[in-house]
Write a protein that binds this ligand. Structure first.
Ligand SMILES: [Zn+2]
Ligand SMILES: [Zn+2]
Length: 146
């Protein structure tokens, strides 16, 4: 079984993920842009497959009715989005150690994207989320990466 690792910039928080992960989706919503500094690219894993070392350094901040964002309280790196009513945990793609073996498959909430950039990679775009459910895959159920 593939094991992926990652963590924050300062190293206070590290994580290990066993098993498959969803391909990466970029979210352009106002909250993600504000929190990440640009748009937020994230994968997902089944929460019970994620082991977090240094979780005491993670601050959880609720920015929507849907879930909480987890970031390192020391260096500020965004790391996780913990969705209510779901067994999935979103993992910020930039925090994954390389190679991740994952690929970006599309963009969501393009209706809220910043006015200072264009999306020109030819990947699918959605003006809103995934039918209101942030844990739903972009189009149907793309194969998770082993
Ligand atoms: Zn840190
Ligand atoms: Zn977002």
């Amino acid at each position: 079984m593939r094991v992926r690792t990652g963590g924050c910039l300062c190293g206070a928080v590290r994580y290990q993920i066993e098993g498959p992960m969803r391909p990466v989706i970029a979210c352009h919503c106002r909250e993600c842009r504000n929190h990440s500094g640009h748009y937020l690219a994230a994968s997902q894993a089944v929460r019970s497959n994620v082991e977090i070392v240094g979780i005491d350094a993670v601050t959880w901040y609720r920015t929507s009715a849907l879930g909480e964002r987890g970031f390192c309280s020391r260096c500020g790196s965004p790391l996780f989005l913990d969705w209510d009513n779901s067994d999935r945990l979103s993992i910020v793609a930039g925090s994954l150690d390389q190679p991740s073996g994952l690929a970006l498959i599309g963009h969501i909430y393009t209706s809220e994207q910043g006015d200072y950039y264009e999306i020109a990679d030819g990947l699918p775009q959605r003006e809103k989320g995934c039918d209101g459910d942030p844990t739903t895959d972009l189009s149907g159920s793309p194969e998770w990466e082993a």
